[in-house]
Design a protein around this ligand. Sequence first.
Ligand code: FES
Ligand SMILES: [Fe+2]
Length: 346
Amino acid sequence: MVKTLEADWYIDSEIYARERDRIFLPSWWLMGPSHLVSNPGDYLCDRICGWPVFVLRSQDGILRAFLNICRHRGSTLLKEGLGVGINSVRCPYHGWLYDDHGRLQNTPRFGEDLGDEKNSLSLHKIEVHVWNGLVFVKTARDKGVGFEEWLGEVSGLCADFPGPSSLDYYGEFTVEGELNWKTYCDNTVEGYHLNLIHPRLGKALAGRDVQLFSVNDGRSVAFDVTHGASGGAREARGAKGLWVYHFPGLQLVLGDKIFKAERVESKSTNHVRSVNWSWYGKLDDAAKQEAFDWGKQIVEEDFGICTEVTRNLRAGVFTPGPLSPSMEKHVARFQQIVKDILLDGE
Ligand code: FES
Ligand SMILES: [Fe+2]
């Protein structure tokens, strides 16, 4: 019987450093909805897995992405969040000025002419891609694959459902907690916990065989969340629904009247942040708020149990348990993918 990973995999700082380098750095990460940066001068700034990044719609209409770090002595440039109406970026520390292509323009009172060196002090560009109304970034320019290759078969799964362009944007919520990112992913790719951890969801799906399947060689796991007629949530989601996990930190909820995108990012061995954006179809406001609150409740329920698991894995007395071949085969595959990446070359 396949067993779950040893507790060290969830605790050890060297393993974590390798995860950051080999898994997080080359991956694409959801930055947020693209409608938030639709006009020249709009920007969106955040820390993803600890990396300070921003995307900016330049005056020429092109969306560019940069590290949010000044090339002088490393100050943060833009405050985290959304902004509008900028055509340059001034560092708040000593006032260096960059244009909206990231080129260094001005170094006030520096005292020396930087000459040609100025051209090599542009902001560090990172990769950016817009797909299905969502902005994605990749911090490593020399690692990983292009966006389409990274997303693989997930785009085909989404093609059967409406996306942000045909639904109304509703809002965003964030959940943070003291857990290891892999406990959340282990949990995400099995339906075994569903009835006990999400009793309301379990009831809504009652009487149905919950079907999970994987694509992209196990890097993406999808879960049929079509609700039974008696669940009360059918109105909000429509007749069919699919929930999708894509390695390492993207989740999507797809339905006839709902689209939710979630970024699950790791801040340390023991800290995860989940940022969620929701869109709905023609529903009254109360139904939208209800669906939004329920979506948040599900993430909080998962964070709750994964926090408990992480605490126990860190307690130093856990011994690996068996994984169910029928209920937890995607957990086994997820853990194998992590191991393969981290142990490659050894
Ligand atoms: S750190 Fe930005 S101008 Fe000095
Ligand atoms: Fe769950």
